[in-house]
Write a protein that binds this ligand. Structure first.
Ligand code: SAJ
Length: 441
């Protein structure tokens, strides 16, 4: 007669079995650039997946098999929806029928640079309302260390269920790099840490059903901190590259040549490049989740603050370059037509969040310039509440000055150099061109 399984073992064993057999019913809260690719990977692995989002439009698009995420073609999404493997709903009561939940909602900053936890709180409140024994819950939203243990766990424990025995709770940082042709959700190593060892093992088992490489760590706080180190590392090194650009500009050295030559060092160096500023919803934001938390603990994250200051200066630096280039051509900014090439926050994507192009355009407008733009990925944008439509690339020929803010691959740089009167290149997009009309950072 086998020993009766303890409650912990019984609950864990039942969930483990469901996951191994890929019968666990998977829920993904938040169907954005993180949640939708994750939902697709688990549906491709054979799980029945329910996406939950507050956006009716997203739900309709998913259920019609129409993708709105560049990394997920409709040809992949459509068949998964048609086969019934993947469906979407705005109704959180679906949680009652689910075994696992990944929470992939935004974690923006408030204007005061404090973390805005409202999306995590509201989605966890909804999950907690329909929460039941035997569930695995994994928070993926980038946040300060301690969020899972201090904010999410109490909301789920209110049910009277005990973590590690009746349910399992982990943190796993999202690492999606939108537009990256080589690394996508399925082949990016996945770090996961649980509230207890049993939780960590459950998270490891879960992800290993659909993802190539899983990296278990000892706690939720380690997993939360891994993400912040990764993105703070990038933000600070981009800040260093930007400061190098400011210094080289003042000394009269080509910073791009310096970085390219330094990058020939086969060890101990990793190239980062100056630019018009830091865009996106991660790199400019995540490090301030860390500095907010460390300040609570009485230690200043001085590198982060300084890098934030330097990165924040870059739009102004680019506009000063434009002003000086026009001045050298005997033209004031005021009344000049300035055409911006590329407004998305980085090349070959359509995302405008925190894009420095908006700062550059605003600063130029405030100096009296008439500003137009081209971006094949952004047909229309809002500047100071006004909708502005993209112009065709050849509008650059009519401008007094062109400024390359985002170096999309699809731009015809040869034609631009031939047609434009004056070009300020903030991305070294014209690396292979030599012309007196080109001004680089
Ligand atoms: N940037 C520079 N110089 C550089 C690199 C980037 O100015 O040398 C700028 C970019 O133009 C962009 C911003 O920094 O405006 C952020 O660039 P990013 O390449 O970090 O792009 P994200 O924020 O879309 O994606 C990053 C991921 N990118 C890479 O690892 C290459 C990764 O850090 C995270 O997985 C992701 O953020 C996230 O979601 O946290």
């Amino acid at each position: 007669m086998p020993e009766p399984l303890l409650a912990t073992e019984a609950t864990a064993k039942i969930l483990e079995e469901k996951i191994r057999m890929r019968r666990a019913r998977v829920g993904i809260v938040g169907l954005g650039y993180v949640g939708l690719p994750l939902a697709v990977e688990f549906a491709k692995a054979g799980f029945s997946v329910t996406g939950i989002d507050i956006s009716d439009q997203k739900i309709r698009r998913v259920n019609a098999g129409k993708s709105y995420i560049g990394d997920i073609p409709g040809s992949v999404l459509g068949p998964l929806v048609e086969s019934g493997k993947l469906r979407a709903t705005t109704d959180f009561s679906a949680v009652l029928e689910l075994d696992t939940i990944n929470i992939c909602v935004p974690t923006p900053l408030r204007k005061t640079k404090d973390p805005d936890m409202s999306y995590i709180v509201s989605s966890c409140q909804e999950v907690a309302r329909h929460f039941h024994a035997g569930m695995l819950v994994i928070l993926e939203s980038t946040t300060y260390p301690g969020t899972t243990d201090e904010l999410v766990l109490p909301m789920l424990s209110k049910s009277g269920l005990e973590v590690g025995r009746d349910f399992f709770l982990c943190f796993s940082p999202e690492r999606v790099d939108p537009g990256n042709p080589q690394y996508q959700t399925s082949n990016i190593p996945k770090v996961v840490g649980g509230c207890t060892a049993t939780c960590t093992e459950m998270g490891r088992l879960f992800y290993s059903q659909a993802l190539a490489h899983v990296v278990p760590v000892s706690s939720t706080q380690v997993a939360e901190m891994v993400k912040l180190l990764e993105n703070t590392f990038r933000m600070i090194n981009i800040g260093l590259a930007n400061e190098m650009a400011l210094m080289c500009d003042r000394i009269g050295i080509d910073v791009w040549e310096v970085i390219d030559a330094a990058a020939t060092k086969p060890f101990g160096f990793m190239p980062f490049y100056p630019g018009p500023g830091l865009g996106g919803h991660c790199i400019p934001i995540d490090p301030f989740y860390l500095s907010w938390k460390t300040r609570q603990a009485g230690i200043e994250a001085r590198f982060i603050e300084l890098a934030g200051y330097i990165n924040g200066q870059m739009p102004q630096f680019v506009v000063d370059k434009v002003q000086n280039a026009l001045n050298d051509a005997g033209k004031p900014v005021k009344g000049s037509h300035i055409h911006v090439m590329g407004v998305a926050y980085k090349r070959d994507i359509d995302d405008m969040r925190e894009s420095p192009a908006l700062d550059v355009m605003l600063l130029l407008k405030r100096r009296g310039a008439r500003v137009t733009y081209s971006d094949p990925h952004v047909p229309v944008l809002r500047v100071e509440g006004l909708e502005v439509a993209a112009e065709p690339e050849d509008a650059a020929a009519a401008a007094d000055c062109v400024v390359i803010v985002t170096d999309h691959s699809s731009f015809d740089y040869q034609a631009l150099v031939e047609r434009a009167a004056l070009i300020v290149d903030s991305r070294n997009a014209l690396k292979g061109f030599r012309s007196a009309k080109i001004v680089r950072l």
